[in-house]
Design a protein. Structure first.
Length: 183
């Protein structure tokens, strides 16, 4: 009986193989966390790229353009071209960008109407460009500060196994507004 108790105590103190069992329990969780960091980092990178594209598009759309040139040189076309060039520079497909849903509801500078539709003159355009929008709230009858608004959304698909967001597409949205430079 004493020998049996001695062997049981020895087995209780022995930790051979415990590290392997602990690693087998922890490593899948660590791997999942690392995958999450990678995929959320990719989403944040895309967010930064489309935000920069919207800012550059608003900047290009706010600059005065040639009044005697063709309609292809309008401020909306300049904004779309700048945004699409930024998306290409970030190695994103500009054809995947879409109008935000719903489109931003902005007040017009010209007639004070509530909704300014996305300008589709620069077709095929996936970027919502709204020109002559009021940027500052004003009193009734005042003109306010006018500008241009550029907004878009871009799809991103997560690959994070064993989670609820695995292989789901999320829409990353970006928007920017800038004052017209002729004011």
């Amino acid at each position: 009986m004493t020998a049996l108790v001695h062997h049981l105590r020895k087995l209780g103190r022995d930790t051979c193989g415990a590290e392997i069992a602990e690693a087998a329990a922890v490593l899948p969780l660590m791997f999942l966390i690392l995958l999450g960091i990678f995929w959320f980092g990719q989403a944040f990178s895309i967010y930064g790229a489309i935000t920069r594209a919207a800012q550059d598009g608003a900047r290009a759309g706010s600059l005065p353009y040639c009044a005697t040139c063709t309609a292809a040189n309008s401020s909306a076309a300049n904004a779309v071209t700048a945004a699409q060039n930024d998306l290409l520079a970030a190695r994103l497909d500009p054809t995947l960008a879409q109008y935000p849903s719903p489109a931003p509801s902005l007040v017009s500078c010209t007639d004070g109407s509530t909704v300014v539709a996305c300008d589709g003159t620069a077709s095929p355009s996936n970027v919502c460009v709204q020109t002559q929008v009021r940027l500052t709230p004003t009193a009734q009858g005042a003109s306010g500060l006018c500008g241009v608004s550029v907004s878009m959304r871009y799809p991103y698909r997560f690959w994070l196994p064993f989670t609820s967001i695995n292989k789901q597409t999320i829409w990353i949205t970006a928007s920017s507004r800038m004052r017209m430079e002729n004011q």
